[in-house]
Ligand binder design. Structure first.
Ligand code: S3P
Length: 425
């Protein structure tokens, strides 16, 4: 239980946010496929990425943790070993979905499980294409849920052409990783482009991978050439809480340093600016194929807006924070095509409506796949449940701070993606 008080002043300061969660996961997985040591800095030591470390160690990758870096030494693309025990992915969808793709072609058996939330989340979306590629995967509840076992494939892994029904970087990445071991190239078409960190990192590892809009084609390599260093940029999904809070709290001016601004992740900047936010992108730079910059945010008067479709995968994890921004905007905000939020760490549409309406009654409504926020309504002190969902916890915290305070039932879940959130907050 944690009580957050109403903030009676604006935010000021310059600070950094932790490393990007998606890139941190991929840095461990891909470095583990090389055969030379890779030094990873600004790695996110959140619980989800630690789950990836423990699963990759279990298949024989050497991973050493130092205060300022992680050192990963793999045994080559074909050097993964059978894990001796069940693999626990904890709360992490990225760990289990990507590793199902990576382990499906291996000549071993691996069984994954996860926590209460992860065991409820849909896994059929990765099992289906991987099975088409020739993998043998069996899971609970008719091949839909964890625990899931992946068996050594009977034959070769086939390159496929796959049209994805949902825009999902986790599904796309699982197919790409399995495609590294296929007998011919694999082509994937998404309904809309999702985050492309796997593609960018693989390119920087020398893998031939062609991308154009919604289409990705991966050519199976003989070998992976891991770089000596990977520098993980700050996580824009963690910056989101500060971007929103500084925008809605009067008299604020903050600079968040070293934020990843890969174009597949910057939907939050686009919609915040569209609703009147003052955000400047400074000192743009590139590292390992990923762009980063410093973001300067000054408080502003927000107005309601409407968005959906193509932009949704570019801000999918930021919607709880954006819902808070919308509650402080003048007029209504309509967010369409967000049915995927129902299968995140919790049903986030349901959680937003249930919990955020306690702070601002009558402000939040949801349909099966959209969210409507009536901005500018009265706000009260309230107790909110997080449903053990890190993004619900941090969004409720900023909502309370900008409203009349809040008490959240479980603050511990923030360790999934932003362990020092309350300190920087
Ligand atoms: C992620 C992809 C997204 C996102 C998740 C991280 C990734 O999930 O919500 O937090 O690292 O690939 P989906 O691929 O299911 O949309």
């Amino acid at each position: 239980m944690k009580k957050i008080l109403k903030l009676n002043h604006g935010l000021h300061g310059t600070f950094e946010i932790p490393g990007d969660k998606s890139i941190s996961h991929r840095s461990i997985m891909l470095a583990g496929l090389g055969d030379t040591p890779v030094e990873i800095t600004n790695f996110l030591r959140g619980a989800d990425c630690l789950s990836t470390i423990s699963c990759m160690r279990a298949v024989g990758v050497k991973i050493e943790e130092f205060e300022d870096k992680i050192l990963v030494t793999g045994n080559g693309l074909k050097g993964l070993k059978e894990p001796e025990n069940i693999l626990d992915a904890g709360n992490s969808g990225t760990t289990v979905r990507l590793l199902l793709g990576l382990f499906a072609p291996q000549k071993f058996l691996a069984t994954f499980t996860g926590d209460d939330s992860l065991r409820k989340r849909p896994m059929g979306r990765v099992i289906k294409p991987l099975t088409q590629m020739g993998a043998t995967i069996v899971g609970r509840n008719g091949n839909k849920n964890l625990p899931i076992t992946v068996l050594s494939p009977f034959g070769k892994i086939r390159g496929i052409n796959y049209e994805m029904p949902v825009a999902s970087a986790q599904v796309k990445s699982a197919i790409i990783l399995a495609g590294l071991y296929a007998d011919e190239p694999t082509e994937i078409v998404e309904p809309y482009p999702s985050r492309n960190h796997t593609e960018k990192m693989l390119k920087s590892f020398g893998v031939k991978i062609e991308t154009s809009g919604k289409v990705v084609k991966v050519y199976p390599p003989e070998r992976i050439f891991a770089p000596e260093k990977i520098v993980v940029p700050g996580d824009i999904s963690s910056a989101a809480y500060h971007i929103v809070l500084a925008s809605i709290l009067p008299d604020s001016e903050i600079t968040i340093k070293n934020v990843g601004i890969n174009e597949t992740r910057t939907g939050i900047l686009d919609v915040m600016k569209k609703s009147g936010a003052k955000i400047e992108i400074l000192n743009e730079r590139e590292s390992g194929g990923e762009l980063s910059a410093d973001l300067k945010i000054v408080s502003s008067k927000l107005h309601g807006t409407e968005y959906g479709g193509e932009i949704i995968p570019r801000l999918i994890d930021e919607i709880p924070a954006l819902a808070v921004a919308a509650a402080f905007a003048e007029g209504d905000t309509i967010i369409r095509d967000v049915g995927e939020l129902r299968v995140k760490e919790t049903d986030r549409l349901d959680a937003i409506v249930r919990e955020f309406n306690k702070i601002s009654p009558g402000s939040f409504e949801a349909t099966e796949d959209s969210l409507i926020i009536h901005g500018g309504r009265e706000k009260f002190f309230a107790g909110c449940k997080t449903y053990a969902d890190h993004r619900m916890a941090m969004s409720a915290a900023i909502f309370g701070a900008a409203a009349e305070g809040v008490e959240i039932d479980d603050e511990d879940c923030i360790k999934i993606s932003y362990p020092n959130f309350f300190d920087s907050f």
